[in-house]
Design a binder for this molecule. Structure first.
Ligand SMILES: Nc1ncnc2c1ncn2[C@@H]1O[C@H](COP(=O)(O)OP(=O)(O)O)[C@@H](O)[C@H]1O
Ligand SMILES: [Mg+2]
Length: 268
């Protein structure tokens, strides 16, 4: 067996998402460049993929295709070898402004997905407690969403997405509207959730530090038409967990990667 064979075997077994020449033109048949253009990309189980790129480069478009909110106008995208068609519980989505029911309690909001899936009531009740604990909202379960701070709302949104046990968590600048301190707490939370659950995460951010603090893999996109212009691994997030410290963010290696990414984005 060659190393190539082993590598291929491993990658096929762990492949979760595969995009082949994925294209989306909002202006179908018009003159405008497509929002994303012929993207070929595989995402593997357990990866924490952080996506960066200039504003308007097609990051949200790509995420919305993965979520099933938008259909590609060219190419294909598969999850577990099956073409993604429409919305289903295999993908959990977390936006910057969580679409929660403001007048319902946190508990009721988190229970909503499994209720729609007709999961037995007893199981829902148990799972809700589990996910409330995972996101640190146990003591706030009976609060109405409108009573919560921005960070707490995002905790509830993450629990609502995770309770459906999705294959992948799709996050579109989820912490972009939070203050700096809350953002750091949320970064810490999502890193721990990723580590403890082994979930695959696709995370869009415009914050280079956030990408490096969280991702095991960083993608950088070009200006419209959006393509992937850089794709490389990052190891800091594992170091933070393994060393129970964020010292690695003050290292030369972190600084260099930061400079490299900013260069790629600003030179466009
Ligand atoms: N519904 C839409 N109709 C037409 N054009 C759109 C629509 N949504 C986004 N666009 C355009 O597609 C491009 C990519 O948008 P988007 O994916 O939101 O970028 P990003 O998330 O990277 O900022 C932008 O030029 C944007 O103006
Ligand atoms: Mg966007």
């Amino acid at each position: 067996m060659t190393d190539g064979f082993v590598k291929n075997f491993f990658e096929t077994a762990n492949e979760l998402i595969s995009m082949d020449s994925l294209t989306l033109a909002y202006d179908k048949g018009g003159d405008a460049a497509p929002a994303i253009d012929k993207i070929n990309l595989n995402i593997y189980r357990g990866e924490f993929v952080c996506v960066m790129g200039p504003s308007g480069c097609g990051k949200s478009t790509l995420l919305n295709i993965l979520a099933g909110f938008l259909s590609p106008t060219g190419g294909t995208v598969k999850l577990n070898q099956k073409e993604i068609k429409g919305i289903d519980a295999h993908r959990g989505v977390v936006f910057q402004h969580p679409p929660l029911y403001e007048w319902y309690s946190v508990r009721k909001n988190i229970a909503f997905g499994p209720m729609m899936q007709k999961v037995p009531k007893k199981k829902i009740a148990e799972e809700v407690e589990t996910y409330l604990a995972k996101v640190g909202l146990t003591d706030f379960a009976e609060k109405k969403v409108y009573e919560l701070s921005g960070g707490m709302k995002q905790r509830a949104a993450i629990a609502s997405a995770l309770i459906n046990n999705p294959d992948i968590l799709l996050m579109d600048e989820p912490f972009g509207a939070l203050d700096a301190l809350t953002r750091e707490q949320m970064q810490d939370l999502i890193r721990k959730i990723w580590w403890n659950t082994g979930k695959t995460i696709f995370f869009i951010t415009h914050d280079v530090d956030e990408a490096l603090l969280l991702g095991t893999r960083i993608l950088v996109m070009s200006r419209r038409p959006g393509k992937i212009i850089a794709d490389f691994p990052a190891h800091f997030t594992k170091e933070f967990i393994e060393e129970n410290s964020d010292d690695a963010r003050y290292t030369e290696a972190f600084h260099q990667k930061r400079k490299y990414i900013l260069g790629l984005i600003n030179e466009q």
